[in-house]
Design a binder for this molecule. Structure first.
Ligand code: ZN
Ligand code: ZN
Length: 197
């Protein structure tokens, strides 16, 4: 199905084809939490400090409005690019710095659909969990689903490579990121981590 994307204020809109999503997973790493704090959007985290992410091929995502509001930050000089709608600080997705790696972790906070519709298209939130060791409250690790999820991501990346897909809404045709990423300082990052726990 086509998942509509929408930032909180509605200026940034887009869509994503869910049929080729790799896996839906909750990530409990400190970086994802620091990103939520950076945006001032603690509500995007679950009770254990997890971010709900759908890993997919960038070619399945496109923006249809407000692309001028799309901004990029990074928590460190080599960290992931973390994309968000600057108009209202809604998270969009995380990509590797390497433009040719067909991976984006879309943050479901920008999905414009009822939770039941998201579950129906992509499976329930929190079934696959990663980085549970840094959760803020105990989360039951499910090793088998973790491995399955990892394999689905690998298979998806290989499939996208075989298709020779070059399109990503986050990089231009010369492989440059759509926006110059704002790399925050170590001090800023440390402050976000302290806040985020
Ligand atoms: Zn907005
Ligand atoms: Zn994470």
């Amino acid at each position: 199905m086509t998942m509509q994307l929408r930032c909180r204020c509605g200026a940034v809109r887009g869509e994503m084809d869910t049929a080729r999503a790799y896996v839906r997973a909750s990530c409990y790493c400190k970086d994802c939490r620091a990103f939520a704090r950076f945006l001032g959007q603690p509500d995007m985290l679950d009770a254990s400090g997890g971010s709900d992410i759908v890993a997919t091929a960038p070619a399945t995502v496109r923006f249809t409005a407000g692309v001028e509001h799309v901004a990029c930050m990074s928590l460190s000089p080599k960290g992931l690019y973390r994309w968000y709608a600057a108009c209202c600080r809604t998270p969009l997705g995380n990509t590797p710095r390497a433009p040719r790696l067909p991976y984006v972790g879309m943050v479901t906070a920008c999905f414009d659909a009822a939770p039941q519709a998201v579950d129906a298209a992509l499976g329930p939130r929190g079934r696959t969990v990663i980085n549970t060791g840094s959760a803020t409250a105990p989360v039951r690790a499910r090793p088998l689903l973790f491995v399955t999820g990892g394999l689905r991501i690998l298979a998806g990346i290989l499939g996208a490579r075989l298709r020779r897909e070059r399109t990503s809404p986050f990089f231009d045709s010369s492989d440059h990121p759509l926006r110059r990423p704002e790399v925050i300082s170590r001090e800023q990052r440390a402050a976000l981590e302290r806040e985020a726990g």
